[in-house]
Design a binder for this molecule. Sequence first.
Ligand SMILES: [Zn+2]
Length: 122
Amino acid sequence: MQIIRDCPACGWDNWILAEHCAQCGRNLDLIEQIARRWQKTTQQRLEERRTGMAAIKDREERASQQRLAEFLELERQRQEALAQARQIQRQHEQQIYKWLAVAVAAVVFVMIVVLLISVGGS
Ligand SMILES: [Zn+2]
């Protein structure tokens, strides 16, 4: 139990039931003192709530940044896979063109041979 209370004017520690400050003589209003204390705790509560909310906001901010980083990483991997797929397809196409060229050359060669044989035969 508190048996002293400080003077609101000079801060002197007075006995709890003293009506006037022993230091400066100010009238010690108990109700005023209680009101002051209540105001202080209310301010503290508000302050704690503010810092608590700031912490939650900070956490959410970090979480959203992490989500964004993960998304960007996934997107990067997706782009990489796409590029790889395009590269493989290009290689396949080049191979097909090569074989096509070989086939065309073979057909032309056969046609020339057939032509020469038919010319020589007649
Ligand atoms: Zn005083």
